[in-house]
Every structure is written in C-alpha cells, then in structure tokens.
Design a binder for this molecule. Structure first.
Ligand code: ZN
Length: 312
C-alpha cells in the first residue's frame, strides 16, 4: 500500500483502496446471473477509464473461522465448507455453491476485513471492495439470495465501533437486519424496492430503533429515492453519531438492471456516495448485487469517483 505525496504541499495524501481477487471469479454456476462476468465488467471498465491507476490496490485475505463466527453459526460455516468439498450444490433455487465457493466466500469476507483494518488503522478514509459472492441476504444460520457469508455484517462486528451500514442494493438486506436487530452498536439503513425479494424491509421493521427501512414502490421517481436516502442517512448519522460507515453496495437499482431496477441512473451512485462521504467518517464499500453487464461499470465508476473525491 502506498501513500502518494501531494506535489503541491508535500503532505501525504489519503488514497482510495481497491480490494479484489481472482479467487472471486472461481465461484460460478452455468447460466447464473450472479456470475464472474459482473466483476470482470467493472474491472474492464475501470481499466478503460484509467481508474485502476488512481485506486490503490490492497490485497484481500481470508477470513478466519473465528471472524466468520462473529455473525455465523460455526455449524453453518461447516455446512458450506463440506458442501464445497463435495463439489458444490444448491442452498435454494437461487443460491449455488461450486467446489471453489468456500474459498471465494472466505476471501470475500476477508477482503472487506482487510479494507476495514487498513482504513481503521491508516490514513486512508475510503475503500472499495469488489468481492463475490455477495453477502447481505446471508443470515447467521443460512445462505440465500446468492449470498453465502454476510461480508458487511462480519466487518461491522469486527470493527467493534459504532457502525452505520447503508444498503442501497435494490433488495432488502434481510441477513444484515437479522444480525443486528438487537445490537445497539450497529445501525442499518436500507433503501430497496418493495414489495420485492426477499419480502422483508417494511418500514415498521425497526429493530431496537437501529433499523431504518425505506421501502420504495417500483415506480418511485429517482429524485424521490435520492431524497429519501439523503434525508434518512443524515437523520441516522445525527441520532447515532457513527464512527465508521459500511456500504452494502448493490448496483441493481440501476434502471436497466435485468432482475432489479428502481429507475436509478449511473450518476445517482455518485450522489449517494457523496451523501455518505460527507459524514466525514471512514467509508468502506462492498459489492452486493448488480446484474446489468453493460451498466455495472458505469455505476461503479460513479461510485469510485465519489470515494476518490472524498479521499483526496
Ligand atoms: Zn440485490
């Protein structure tokens, strides 16, 4: 990890870290929409736009069993390990495992941990974790909705600080809500299409006052989604005074997403990124959903530009 020295001031400038790993490409099932091409689409776009040169690469690591157990029942972790050792299988109609999935899932959770360690301990304030498999549907006891281990929830527990998790994936992060609905150290705010998979995320689901669900009808104009998001984040920050912010960063609210869609345009991810970065606390973002292979790069570019602007 390098710290570039600003030419004008000679002061060490903060950077935006990028965590990704080839192992994330090995988790796959034929014809499945949650596919390695999603990550490749983002990285190819970043390369073409010169973003890879501006982001500072940070190696991922594996999460330990102890770290996974901050959220997940060790018996469930063992189920995943064993299933992959046998060659894979399916948790439900959506959620697959192949022989590499355990390895990929350990490194997805560990990749986000590497980022939060670096941002917690260093001078860098922002990090983007392009990981797979995604995590926010995974509950303490089971995988579902393409998710095996809840990468963001594990990182939040690991931090042992007041953490605000902001989830702008088009689906509600039921696994994250399950994990924290009785834990006052973490607040969870989600904008999501509703009614929609997985069926949770009603505004009345408030945990112990630490869960903020902002369900959106499919026809909600994008301006309203953004306004509700900004208002919700500012209100939560004022009430909770978080020390650290994690983003469950799905891009499936993008208007042309094939399985989601909530009318958002790529530039809206810049707007939302600016809202979270304006809080002035460290921001670590981890990829969740997003399935438009033509739109993912555009949306992720806007998000990365926002993180870079905040880190500068
Ligand atoms: Zn999603």
């Amino acid at each position: 990890m390098g710290f570039p020295i600003s030419e004008s001031t000679g002061i060490l400038a903060a950077v935006t870290l990028l965590v990704t790993d080839d192992v994330y490409l090995e988790h796959q099932a034929p014809g499945h929409v949650e596919c390695p091409a999603r990550l490749e689409a983002i990285l190819t776009h970043f390369r073409q736009r010169g973003l890879l040169k501006r982001l500072t690469s940070l190696p991922a690591r594996d999460a330990s069993l102890q770290e996974l157990s901050l959220v997940h029942d060790p018996a469930y972790v063992e189920v995943v390990r064993e299933a992959c050792a046998r060659g894979g299988g399916w948790f439900d109609a959506d959620t697959y495992l192949n022989e590499h999935s355990y390895k990929a899932a350990l490194r997805a959770a560990g990749g986000v941990l590497a980022a939060v360690e670096a941002v917690r301990d260093g001078r860098d304030r922002t990090a983007l974790c392009l990981v797979r498999p995604p995590g926010h549907h995974a509950t303490p006891l089971r995988g579902m909705g393409f998710c095996l281990f809840n990468n963001v929830a594990i990182a939040a527990r690991f931090l042992k600080r007041r953490v605000l998790i902001v989830d702008w994936d088009v689906h509600h992060g039921n696994g994250t809500q399950d994990t924290f609905e009785e834990d006052p150290s973490v607040w969870y705010l989600s904008t999501h299409r509703w009614p929609f998979y997985p069926g949770t995320g009603h505004a009345k689901e408030q945990g112990i006052g630490n869960i903020i669900n902002l369900p959106m009808d499919i026809d909600t104009p994008r301006e309203e989604v953004l306004k509700a998001f900004e208002k919700g984040v500012r209100k939560a920050a004022k009430a909770f005074k978080p020390e650290f912010l994690l983003v469950s960063c799905g891009f499936d609210a993008y208007e042309d997403d094939p399985i989601g869609g909530l009318n958002l345009k790529p530039e809206d991810y810049r707007t939302m990124t600016d809202v979270v970065c304006d809080l002035g606390i460290p921001v670590v973002s981890a990829l969740e959903g997003g399935y438009s292979l033509s739109g993912l790069g555009l949306c992720a570019e806007q998000h990365a530009e926002g993180l870079l602007a905040a880190g500068a």
